[in-house]
Design a binder for this molecule. Structure first.
Ligand code: 5GP
Length: 205
């Protein structure tokens, strides 16, 4: 597979760290990032729309898609299955777009193996208490699922060293600005700038 010309950003976080809201705001920041819409066997939460938040599919369909090699990565998270469309990513990479994946650590690891240049960003909540409070406030999941997610947060954080950037989501706007800084910094990396400004550099050298 060709090396991506655009950036491939992966954002992971323990559930309740505020990742989805940050990603939404990041997408609205006119940075021209393209979000990969995952497939999941989880039931839609209230307000979620099929095709916008996820492609909601049955376990049978998910298994069939695995058999057909339609996922670039897939993982079981909190008892549900999630997967990233291989076709969508291939097409986005071929057109040189910047891509954003909002996936868990297992998926991030699989993507890093395929695309070593991908940029991993880990979002931390400011404290374990804040995380528990956010999960309860959201209250869209059963209490036993909330407990499961709190326990899983520790396991998720144990993978933090596999990421390139760490952002603490204490103040939403600060965390968003830090995310935007990461995107800008990656755009300015030497290997991308050398290609983008090839003719300028050759004129000047
Ligand atoms: P939620 O059900 O709360 O939307 O997501 C649960 C977890 O699954 C989150 O950590 C989310 O980032 C992760 N997730 C969402 N889509 C994918 C995917 O396509 N692949 C993987 N590996 N994880 C995903």
């Amino acid at each position: 597979m060709n090396k991506p010309l655009g950036c491939l950003f992966i954002i992971s976080a323990p559930s309740g760290a505020g990742k989805t809201s940050l990603v939404k705001a990041l997408l609205e920041s006119n940075l021209n990032l393209n979000l990969s819409i995952s497939h999941t066997t989880r039931m839609p939460r209230s307000g979620e729309i099929d095709g916008r938040d996820y492609h909601f599919i049955s376990i049978e369909t998910f298994k069939q898609m695995i058999c057909n090699n339609q996922f670039l990565e897939s993982a079981e998270v909190y008892g549900n299955f999630y997967g990233t469309s291989r076709h969508w990513i291939d097409a986005a990479i071929a057109s040189g777009k910047d891509i954003l994946l909002e996936i868990d650590c297992q998926g991030a690891k699989q993507i890093k193996k395929i695309f070593s240049e991908s940029i991993g960003i880990f979002i931390l909540p400011p404290s374990i208490d804040a995380l528990a409070a956010r999960l309860k406030t959201r209250a869209q999941d059963d209490p036993d699922i909330i407990q499961k997610r709190l326990a899983a947060a520790r396991e998720e954080v144990s993978h933090i060293v596999e990421f390139d950037y760490i952002i603490v989501n204490n103040q939403f706007n600060d965390a968003l600005n830090e995310l935007i800084c990461v995107v800008h910094a990656e755009h300015l990396k030497k290997q991308r700038q050398l290609i983008k400004h090839q003719s300028l550099i050759s004129q000047l050298s």
